[in-house]
Ligand binder design. Structure first.
Ligand code: ATP
Ligand code: MG
Length: 181
């Protein structure tokens, strides 16, 4: 299993000071008062995995992820997030025990992506996580309200979600394509 070893954030949302949050392979709970930045951590994970929708990470425009200042601090010019993943299992198709993924965004709109400190494109990051059960849409992040909507969903809607998690969707898609031919 791939697991998250650390998240480094610098200038991302409320993380004006560079933070380096380490995780173990077991369960980690993050606790803190309202507004202290807990959800900003999961936003950072989604963002570095390539999230393109500002709304999904609770913003209006993408620039909203850059630290925008407080009474005592001036806004920053860029946001940076770096994830370090344990890949000893080689679940990700990269020949290294650790894989790091980094994304930077500047106020002028320039965006940069890196895999193992090498400049890359968003497409490469998306492809890296394809079929790994990770990635930004893989239900590895369950946000506030999602549990409730799952419980309230109709049986057929719930089935779609379970099939997605189980990785059945791609086979269904392929079946549909070959039947068409
Ligand atoms: P809750 O317990 O209510 O869910 P939380 O710990 O999840 O709270 P977050 O939503 O992660 O809190 O953090 C919200 C804080 O992040 C707010 O104080 C908000 O001002 C701050 N914040 C968000 N975006 C930025 C930004 N671009 N620059 C500075 N601060 C930001
Ligand atoms: Mg929250």
């Amino acid at each position: 299993m791939v697991y998250l070893k650390s998240i480094e954030a610098d200038g991302f949302k409320s993380f004006a000071n560079k933070v380096d949050i380490k995780f173990d392979s077991g369960l980690t709970a993050v606790v803190g008062p309202n507004g202290s930045g807990k959800s900003n951590i999961t936003d950072a994970i989604r963002w570095v995995l390539g999230e393109q929708s500002a709304r999904s990470i609770r913003g209006v425009k993408m620039e909203d992820v850059i630290f925008n200042g407080t009474d005592s601090r001036t806004p920053m010019n860029a946001a940076k997030v770096k994830l370090q993943l344990d890949n000893q299992s080689r679940t990700l198709p990269v020949e290294s025990d650790d894989v790091n993924i980094m994304r930077k965004l500047y106020r002028n709109g320039d965006s940069e992506y890196f895999i193992n400190d090498e400049r890359t494109r968003l497409k490469e990051i998306t492809e890296l996580f394809l079929d790994s059960g990770l990635g930004k849409n893989a239900y590895n992040i369950i946000s506030q309200g999602e549990v409730e909507s799952l419980l309230k969903a109709r049986a057929d809607e719930r089935r779609v979600l379970i099939e997605e998690v189980a990785g059945v969707m791609k086979y269904k898609k392929r079946k549909k394509e070959s039947v068409k031919r």
